[in-house]
Write a protein that binds this ligand. Structure first.
Ligand SMILES: NC(=O)c1ccc[n+]([C@@H]2O[C@H](COP(=O)([O-])OP(=O)(O)OC[C@H]3O[C@@H](n4cnc5c(N)ncnc54)[C@H](OP(=O)(O)O)[C@@H]3O)[C@@H](O)[C@H]2O)c1
Length: 328
């Protein structure tokens, strides 16, 4: 069983901290007494976060950088070591996504999505591991997605990046067995972050998350839980989490049917929008802070969806069993 760690006084680097899950996780970790080194490309946004952390009595070092630039990543790690003398936790969070049919996505979008959302994680881990090995302890905590296990249309490059990152994290965990260095993953469901306010899209409509959407704090609390009990894979949501993974095992055709048929419609609002590059190559001003423009789905709607999906999956499984018996 995972050991419970005291977080007060620990030092964490949080990537992707200028918005969304990274921002909220940084705030929650600071509340636990963790000293922060926050990074992303937008310095001004990070400085707003720094003020918020300091106003609550926390410590926060701002080191802007791009996760695709080796020199930037090395600089973040060394600036953190210079300031605090140690690193205990790396929260790998920075990611981008790009909406479009795979064959209609510009190749540069596919490559950049993998460079940020997958290689960015590997690059940061590669940079902190020598320090962790020297100390015989440390924690690589990866913000993953339900799309690290499953899939959604229009997000093929992002799904590829997320699957690859989870596979890498599992292999790394095995390699680090017995070294005192832990690897954890948080499988985040759709959450109410600014990701959808700055992601590029090939369609002329505003992108929105696959419903239901949860409060971003659900993901941040899961990050803190993992920080306290390293080495686990945390699935913070029931409907778009435990239940979906279970359904994917017992009745995969239900998810395939719903997402295959309605996935494109589900991920686009009526609101017209022209945003072909979004924040992929350059940071944009939209979307600072934890919350974006898409609100969390109300609890009663989530409850109705659980009941509906459970009935659908149960009916489908019973139907399939009946059919198998009749054929025998
Ligand atoms: N929102 C969801 O529904 C959802 C669902 C499942 C998983 N997740 C995961 O949660 C994590 C955070 O996503 P989010 O929803 O919080 O999105 P977000 O608000 O767009 O945050 C992404 C962060 O990554 C940073 N970033 C992007 N490109 C970068 C680059 N090249 N170098 C350095 N930093 C870069 C962004 O800041 P700058 O632009 O300032 O660089 C931003 O701080 C991601 O790993 C995502 O896969 C999100």
């Amino acid at each position: 069983m995972a050991r419970r760690e005291e977080l007060k006084g620990k030092v964490a680097i949080v990537t992707g901290a200028s918005s969304g899950v990274g921002w909220q996780s940084a705030l929650r970790l600071a509340e636990e007494g963790v000293k922060l080194c926050v990074t992303a490309r937008r310095r001004e946004a990070l400085e707003v976060l720094q003020k918020e952390v300091e106003a609550r009595g926390g410590e926060c070092l701002v080191v802007p950088g791009d996760v695709t630039v080796a020199g930037d990543v090395r600089w973040v790690v060394s600036a953190c070591l210079q300031r605090y003398g140690r690193i205990d936790i790396l929260v790998n969070d920075a990611a981008v996504q790009t909406y479009g049919y795979f064959d209609q996505l510009p190749w540069e979008h596919i490559q950049r999505t993998l460079e940020v959302s997958c290689l960015g994680y590997l690059r940061f881990a590669h940079a902190v591991l020598p320090h962790f090995r020297e100390r015989g302890s440390g924690h690589i905590l990866n913000v993953q997605s339900m799309l690290s296990e499953g899939a959604a249309p229009l997000l093929s490059a992002y799904v590829a990046a997320k699957h690859a990152t989870l596979g890498w994290a599992k292999a790394l965990k095995l390699e680090l067995h017995g070294t005192g260095i832990q690897v954890s993953n948080v499988l985040v469901p759709s959450v109410s972050t600014p990701m959808f306010d700055h992601a590029p899209t090939q369609f002329e409509r505003k992108p929105v998350p696959v419903p239901p959407t949860y409060d971003v704090d659900l993901a941040a609390r899961a990050v803190v839980k993992c920080a306290r009990k390293p080495g686990r894979t945390e699935i913070p949501a029931f409907l778009q989490g435990t239940m979906l993974l279970w359904m994917d095992r017992v009745a995969p055709f239900v998810g395939n049917l719903i997402l295959g048929r309605y996935g494109r419609r589900m991920q686009q609002a009526r609101e017209p929008l022209h945003r072909p590059d979004g924040n992929l190559f350059q940071p944009v001003s939209q979307g600072v802070g934890a919350y974006g423009s898409v609100p969390p789905t109300p609890g009663w709607k989530r409850f109705t969806a659980v009941a509906g999906l459970a009935a659908l999956a149960g009916g489908a499984v019973l139907g399939a069993r009946g059919l198998a018996r009749a054929v025998r």
